[in-house]
Design a protein around this ligand. Sequence first.
Ligand SMILES: NC(=O)c1ccc[n+]([C@@H]2O[C@H](COP(=O)([O-])OP(=O)(O)OC[C@H]3O[C@@H](n4cnc5c(N)ncnc54)[C@H](O)[C@@H]3O)[C@@H](O)[C@H]2O)c1
Length: 314
Amino acid sequence: MDVAVIGSGLIGQAWAIVFARAGYGVRLWDGDAQARARAVELIAGQARMLVQQGLLDDADGLSARVRVCDTLAQSLEGVAYVQENLPEKPELKREIFRQMDALAAAGTVLASSTSSIPASVFTEDLPGRGRCLVAHPVNPPYLIPVVELCGAPWTDAATIEAARRIQSGAGQKPVIVHRELEGFVLNRLQGALLREAFRLVQDGTITVEDLDVTVKDGLGLRWVFMGPFETIDLNAPGGVADYCTRYGGMYASIAQEQRDCERWPDDTVHEVERQRREQLPESELLQRRLWRDQRLMSLLRHKRQAEAETPPKD
Ligand SMILES: NC(=O)c1ccc[n+]([C@@H]2O[C@H](COP(=O)([O-])OP(=O)(O)OC[C@H]3O[C@@H](n4cnc5c(N)ncnc54)[C@H](O)[C@@H]3O)[C@@H](O)[C@H]2O)c1
């Protein structure tokens, strides 16, 4: 099966790796010819890194499945699925979806990687609006498999199902978001945690460093394998309902203190920045991002091995 990746920046390159790694033929197009050429090099480099990490067998095979196209029309020829990755501007999304809907064969699914713009904003007037949706990845999608699928009110159920099937076939973990809302689900969860984290630093309860330890050496260890619902299901003898009976009152009481919905205060942001830069100078951010990606790769290897060793449920 062939898919198209439209826009070959950071996320477009990563999607090309996801689909080509799964054996799909990838047609890659970007409005900037230099960006297209750069992307090919960067994809090949990332593929070599995945091989070094034991997460991929054949870097050249992956690269060979990515074909760069000179025009948008060429890239859409005969593809079952399109993943669009232009910058996060509604007018750009509107225009590229208008062109893609006019050019792509009937039945081709058109998905956007947008982090925040609902599909209804850029698909409303299209004749083929029923085949459009958002498929929101987490960066980089070849290491973090969840992808949030969210249609506009007029997106066909068959479109969502086709996107789910194609993403699963590429090794991703699609989740369905059943209504349009700002930030979809992942960023809303992250926002809820960040809101409390900023508050706790702001009132002097904890340092930035210790807050991070609380998540990475506490909550986060469980969350790598279980979501929060499974976590609480296992944390009371009678399961999740028992947990809610035992601890619901405490969480309700805490929630009374968590009602504000202001922006994070500037002085708190400055304080968090000051403490972070003490731990990690700005000049070392890039190096640390590479370190993060290596850690993710090791983790992914471990998860794959653990899943292979776990007997299937009957
Ligand atoms: N970066 C992230 O962490 C992340 C995570 C999830 C989703 N997203 C979403 O992915 C999308 C792409 O983000 P990115 O970080 O890859 O951006 P990027 O700036 O790295 O890449 C955008 C690409 O689009 C091309 N482009 C710009 N205007 C164009 C036009 N009019 N026609 C054709 N090509 C054009 C550019 O040449 C560039 O290669 C955005 O919608 C963003 O919200 C990003």
